[in-house]
Design a protein around this ligand. Structure first.
Ligand SMILES: NC(=O)c1ccc[n+]([C@@H]2O[C@H](COP(=O)([O-])OP(=O)(O)OC[C@H]3O[C@@H](n4cnc5c(N)ncnc54)[C@H](O)[C@@H]3O)[C@@H](O)[C@H]2O)c1
Length: 432
């Protein structure tokens, strides 16, 4: 099929690349000229494991190209994906201005029947509104469908290639059939393609993210309670997750969820619910617990140092919102480091891939280390924020020699408290 994907970000670039990999002709459009120029040179603007090899192969074989010209790309395609950002507005609602501005550009470029696919995460009813906005501007035939994306940064290529499910929200059977044909090569292991109406498809995405975010906030709340009781949340988590009705995923206590999806989507759903006069107290609680969660670690650091960080230096391990990505959007490292700086601490930080992104946020207010061990050299504590694999089994003897004060603040509970304490460290985790 001939496909155009508008938005060359985490979702758009992965979508275009994976669809091209299985043989479709894909044009990926972005208004960011620098991004398109670097993609045309084979440079990938984001860190996503496995992506650059696939981009390179499809580009070389002529199935994937990049442009800033939306009309040309739309005209050359049968299926047009919208994958632009929908960030939070100050009131928590999603900013849909990029979606509607793209719709206005698509409409006059429609030269034959097109299927317009809403890949961005948008509130229920948005695909219908976009369809109406386009219909207002063109006499050509088209169908608009919703196809929310469930990929996870860090494993985005695998998630797109082997999705748990594909959700298609289509009012028209012909458009649904084309979408099913497009996705059939990705579900050969029998994973379902579920067709429903577009509002339900849009809502499926929000409910999924809302539920996952709620699980994280729930275990974080329980972790804080475990600590007060003197119970060990790591053991509790294992006991709870062993129940086949519950399972282990998204049940890890930590400094809270971040990234470009959970915080924004939870707030968007709260906002939409309130506008409808139908409050959602569970989601509001999940959001509020999460906003407070980074502070839990900061409080432990402050208490350990008797509330005074003015002469202290802290070594941070991990800046991205989760491992295997350079994405810093709403990363818990941001409020944690801001609070440490406010308390007078000097911060030396290391991240395997997110340092360039972090520089846009912290500038020269913190020091960026070349290795994780450099970050803690002479520091008054190791603060682990992102659980990159390379931090899981470090050389504790070396850490002890490097630290001025042998204390570990483990924001993701990746170390065994007993083992670390036996090695002579003071250890703080979440809920232990
Ligand atoms: N990042 C994820 O893990 C993820 C997962 C599932 C769904 N989503 C959803 O997918 C959507 C995109 O997210 P993302 O993380 O890829 O965003 P992103 O910010 O990484 O990328 C968006 C891209 O769209 C481009 N863009 C904006 N306006 C444009 C316009 N008028 N014309 C052309 N290009 C334009 C931007 O320049 C940018 O490159 C959001 O709605 C998000 O909620 C994201």
């Amino acid at each position: 099929m001939k496909i155009c994907v508008i938005g060359a970000g985490y979702v758009g670039l992965v979508t275009a690349t994976c669809l091209a990999d299985i043989g479709n002709d894909c044009i990926c459009v972005d208004k960011d000229e620098r991004k398109i120029a670097s993609l045309e040179k084979g440079e990938i603007p984001i860190y996503e494991p496995g992506l650059s090899e696939l981009v390179e192969r499809s580009r070389r074989e002529g199935r994937l190209s990049f442009t800033t010209s939306l009309p040309d790309a739309v005209q050359a395609s049968n299926v047009v994906f919208i994958a632009v950002g929908t960030p939070s507005l100050p009131n928590g609602g999603p900013d849909l201005s990029a979606i509607f501005s793209v719709a206005e550009e698509i409409a006059p470029a429609i030269n034959s029947y097109k299927i317009i696919v809403m890949k961005s995460t948008v509130p229920p009813g948005t695909t219908e509104r976009v369809s109406a906005a386009i219909a207002h501007l063109t006499k050509e035939r088209f169908d608009a469908v919703s196809n929310p994306e469930f990929l996870k940064e860090g494993t985005a290529v695998d998630d797109f290639m082997m999705p748990d499910r594909v959700i298609i929200g289509a009012e028209n059977g012909e458009a649904a059939d084309v979408m099913k044909e497009l996705y059939t090569p990705f579900v050969r292991t029998g994973r379902p393609i579920i067709v429903m109406d577009s509002k339900s498809a849009e809502m499926t995405k929000y409910v999924s993210n809302g539920l996952l975010a709620t699980r994280i906030s729930f275990i974080n709340e329980m972790a804080n309670l475990c600590e007060r009781f003197g119970a060990d949340v790591n053991q509790v988590r294992q006991g709870v997750g062993a129940d086949s009705r519950i399972g282990y995923k998204f049940l890890f206590p930590g400094v809270g969820y971040g990234g470009s999806c959970f915080p924004k989507d939870v707030r968007a759903l709260i906002n939409a619910a309130n506008e409808l006069g139908c409050p959602v107290p569970i989601l509001e609680a999940a959001d509020s617990v999460n906003r407070n969660q980074p502070q839990i670690l900061v409080t432990k650091i402050l208490r350990h140092h008797n509330g005074d960080l003015s002469e202290k230096r802290l070594g941070i391990w991990g800046l991205s919102f989760k491992p295997k990505t350079d994405d810093m959007r709403e990363a818990p490292s941001i409020p944690i480091i801001e609070e440490l700086l406010k308390a007078g601490a000097k911060v030396h930080a290391y991240d395997p891939v997110a340092i360039d992104q972090a520089k846009h946020i912290f500038g020269e207010r913190i020091t960026y280390a070349a290795t994780n061990y450099d970050a803690i050299d002479g520091a008054d504590g190791l603060v682990l924020i992102t659980e990159w694999n390379e931090f899981r089994r470090p050389d504790f003897d070396r850490i002890k020699k490097l630290l001025r004060t042998p204390v570990i603040f483990d924001g993701r509970n990746i170390y065994d408290p007993r083992q670390v304490r036996e090695q002579g460290f003071t250890y703080y985790g979440i809920g232990v």
